[in-house]
Design a protein around this ligand. Sequence first.
Ligand code: ADP
Ligand code: NI
Length: 217
Amino acid sequence: MDPRSASGAEQLIRKAEEFAKRELGRDATGHDWWHVHRVRNLALELAEMENADRFVCELAALLHDVADEKLNVSKEAGLDKVRRWLEEHGVGQTVIRQVMDIIATMSYNGGTNPPMTTLEGKVVQDADRLDALGAIGIARTFMYAGAKGHRMHEPGQHFDHLDYRSSEKTAVFHFYEKLLKVKELLNTEHARTIAEHRHRFMETFLTQFYAEWDARA
Ligand code: ADP
Ligand code: NI
């Protein structure tokens, strides 16, 4: 299989799908295969609009969570595993460098990672961030909180001083700590357009949530 030929590239993508499915298994905290599937499709759409390299974007999107530190002993171990896989599958050094660079810097990490330098990195990071917004983003947030044993909501509490992964945080607090800030952090114009709608949907959700909480709706 030569990943530089069209059929070789297609085969490699199929193999990457299988690898991601195998590695992520049945994770229920937001990194399941269907998250990867959605990020890949969003990345391909953004790549089209932004004229980015589709192959690099698709490959990085498929592999982006395999290296996640939550699923590996360390972030380095996760990155090594992805690099080995790319090498074993005959991917050229240039593409390996591009993909590894994207995966190593893209996680949200409380918003502390350095900005993406390549167009492909911007596209894949935007795709991952868009999947944290809107109806899907809301669903993922409550899944994550449930899986971690976090509370749903605690009126009047301030969590500003807590660490990003603290178990004291509520699902509703996650909207303020991350979700409502994401639209300002996006790299590409097209992602910003998609985010507008998803952002408004989350605001509507919160308005209704508080109204029901206070028996006003
Ligand atoms: P990524 O690795 O893609 O940056 P995370 O592991 O931070 O994603 O999050 C996976 C999913 O769980 C996302 O939808 C994210 O918004 C949500 N999530 C992350 N942290 C929390 C939290 N403390 N409470 C609720 N949801 C969370
Ligand atoms: Ni992701």
